[in-house]
Design a protein around this ligand. Sequence first.
Ligand SMILES: NC(=O)c1ccc[n+]([C@@H]2O[C@H](COP(=O)([O-])OP(=O)(O)OC[C@H]3O[C@@H](n4cnc5c(N)ncnc54)[C@H](O)[C@@H]3O)[C@@H](O)[C@H]2O)c1
Length: 255
Amino acid sequence: MKRAEITLNNKVALITGAAGGLGGAIAWAFGAAGARVFLHDLFEDKLQDVASAMEKEGIEAKYKTQDITALGGPQALVNAVVSAMGRIDIVVNSAGINRPQKAEEVSEKNWDDIININLRAMFFVSQAAGKHMIERGGGGKIINLSSQAGSVALPLRAAYCSSKGAVNQLTKTLALEWAKHRIVVNAVAPTFVETPFTEQMFKDEEFKKYVLASIPLGRMVTSEEVANAALFLASDLADMITGHVLAVDGGWTIQ
Ligand SMILES: NC(=O)c1ccc[n+]([C@@H]2O[C@H](COP(=O)([O-])OP(=O)(O)OC[C@H]3O[C@@H](n4cnc5c(N)ncnc54)[C@H](O)[C@@H]3O)[C@@H](O)[C@H]2O)c1
């Protein structure tokens, strides 16, 4: 009997938002599984630190800073990956923001900023990478960072929940449209994770209590647990899974 093994040997993986908590954990998990990783974010110094730490561990890692909400940014990023690594096999769309605000106080700028990075940039990075995969004859994997906020309402998050609900629909639509090109598209939908993204929110003890009480398994998830789910979806073990939103939420959304 052959033992199932998770490996990404020699696969080229682009990870957006790789200076962040989840993007960084995913990049490390993919690199440890044998992938050649291309890190993307806004901050050169952070990317450089992660890339050199990875190179020290024998992981091939290149990087580029790029505002992917800027016109032409997603295509420029994908061009840079192809020129540095020769091709793209896997994309993880992890760049994202959240600015909790009362619905009656959300400014037009905050609404646009959230939708532009969480949804618009995710689509256009996927589009640029998808075109590249199709031109190469098909095959590839796209993994979108959604959230439990894509399927349940959370207070102070009108724009964020809207963006993540749309991410779930985007994931299914791209999966359907690109199935004929053997490009599979899935999403990972975590509950709250302790990263720089949530550090600020958890200064509010009441909020932290509400979060813990809402998770049947009784704790937040770790970045590594989210990375493991992305690793599974990126691997050959998940070749026939597409259009799926994989909850990594300790049971929050089953209630
Ligand atoms: N941390 C959580 O609790 C949690 C839970 C569910 C879903 N998520 C989702 O996971 C993803 C990653 O979250 P995280 O916790 O790693 O957040 P993070 O803030 O640690 O990382 C996000 C990264 O995206 C980058 N980014 C933001 N705007 C950008 C832009 N215009 N161009 C390029 N890069 C940009 C940031 O610089 C940052 O490094 C997000 O989509 C988030 O919505 C996070």
